[in-house]
Design a protein around this ligand. Structure first.
Ligand code: NAD
Length: 366
């Protein structure tokens, strides 16, 4: 049996609860394809700070770089909110993304038919929505320098810097163009070119390479309009590419199309490295209660199979298992709406059904 090592970073809050489900499902799906997954688990985020005084140790970073494949839960919690910026759990996440060079964050937003009623948005607006948001992940205002807080005439102020270079824009745009080629052939680049210099650079840079993808129809949209269009008519989008800050906000807004943040997976890619994590945070409000929705973490494991292991059949097996859970009417509290045919469930019960479906390779048409 082929062996592959995956580093897991369960993190804080509900991170360990959802990651353990994802790992079990991943192992089972890969075993079916003749691949044995071995797991190296490390502390990460707030829990790493408690033990080591830093959100991520050099040893953990080295282990991630060596494995090239990382499955992450979530980090953060109110008890670490007042730490200095470099000690906060989120700093560990930003460092990990930067060190792995995973500059392209892929966030599929797919509305599952059996969940169309769980969204707060009208069913006919969201039905059949299938968007891929490609967010630039290692540049922009989250990393730009200088960043500081100072004071002028007794009035404190803070500065962040939004910076994008042509090469940064073009490499993430190429990932988005290539994804569009495999989908419906439409790419919408989202920026704020009417106001920001960095956005004008963004637009110019993507236009320079558009000719390399004649089969992709490129359009541009201002981010404020895009925030509105995502809610008004999400089906108009196929692939979307945007900067770090805009992508962060737009993908959370888009998550509500799917019913819950607990449904959204992500893959962050760069070179041979892949970092897979649910879009949601550590949800401290429900941590430890066994009620977290594990489906985003499990769907992230499917992306891991697709992009890092090149095991499309394992990815589909996992995605079908998610369908099975939803078709059986099992819903964690974040999705439960008392709709007939559904029951309020919990993490363990859903994990059990997922594993059963994966091991029986139950095929469900989407
Ligand atoms: P959050 O995503 O953790 O939670 C927002 C809401 O969604 C909460 O009510 C939560 O209970 C619910 N929710 C989220 N995931 C869920 C799931 N899988 N199942 C059921 N319900 C779920 O965002 P927040 O409350 O703004 O942040 C909490 C902490 O997480 C903060 O410390 C924040 O910095 C951190 N955070 C981490 C990441 C990450 O690790 N990638 C991302 C976002 C936020």
């Amino acid at each position: 049996m082929k062996k592959v090592n995956v580093v897991t970073l369960p993190g804080d809050g509900i991170g360990p609860e959802v990651t353990s489900v994802a790992v079990e499902v991943l192992k089972e799906a890969c075993r079916h394809e003749g691949v044995e997954i071995s797991v190296s688990e490390h502390l990460f985020g707030g829990i790493s700070y408690e033990k080591h005084g830093v959100p991520v140790t050099d040893e953990t970073l080295e282990s991630c770089k060596k494995s090239k494949i990382v499955l992450l839960g979530a980090v953060g919690g109110p008890q670490w909110d007042n730490l200095s910026a470099d000690k906060r759990p989120e700093a560990g996440l930003l460092k990990l993304r930067k060190e792995l060079g995973v500059y392209a964050n892929l966030r599929p937003i797919q509305v599952y038919p059996s969940l169309a009623g769980a969204s707060t948005i009208k069913e006919d607006v969201i039905a059949e929505t299938d968007i891929l948001i490609v967010r630039e992940l290692t540049g922009g205002v989250y990393f730009g320098e200088p960043r500081y807080t100072s004071e002028e005439n007794g009035d404190p102020y803070s500065v962040d810097t939004m910076k994008y270079s042509r090469s940064e824009v073009q490499r993430v745009s190429r990932v988005a163009f290539e994804a569009a080629q495999k989908r419906d052939g439409r790419l919408c680049s989202v920026d704020k070119a009417n106001v920001l210099e960095s956005s004008r650079m963004w637009r110019k840079s993507i236009l320079e390479i558009a000719g390399d993808y004649p089969d992709v129809e490129l359009s541009h949209m201002l981010v404020d309009n895009c925030a509105m269009q995502i809610i008004r008519d999400p089906k108009q989008f196929d692939v979307m590419v945007t900067g770090n800050l805009f992508g962060d906000i737009l993908s959370d807004a888009a998550s509500m199309l799917t019913g819950s943040l607990g449904m959204l997976p992500s893959a962050s890619l760069g070179g041979e490295n892949g970092l897979y994590e649910p879009v949601h945070g550590s949800a401290p409000d429900i941590a430890g209660q066994g009620i977290a929705n594990p489906l985003a973490a499990v769907a992230s494991a499917a992306l891991l199979c697709r992009y890092s292991l090149n095991l499309e059949s394992a990815a589909q097996n996992i995605e079908n298992a998610i369908q099975t859970v939803l078709k059986n009417g099992l819903r964690t509290a974040d999705l439960y709406t008392e709709e007939p045919g559904t029951t309020l469930s919990n993490t363990q019960e859903i994990a059990h059904l997922l594993l059963k479906a994966v091991s029986e390779r139950e095929m469900v048409s989407f």
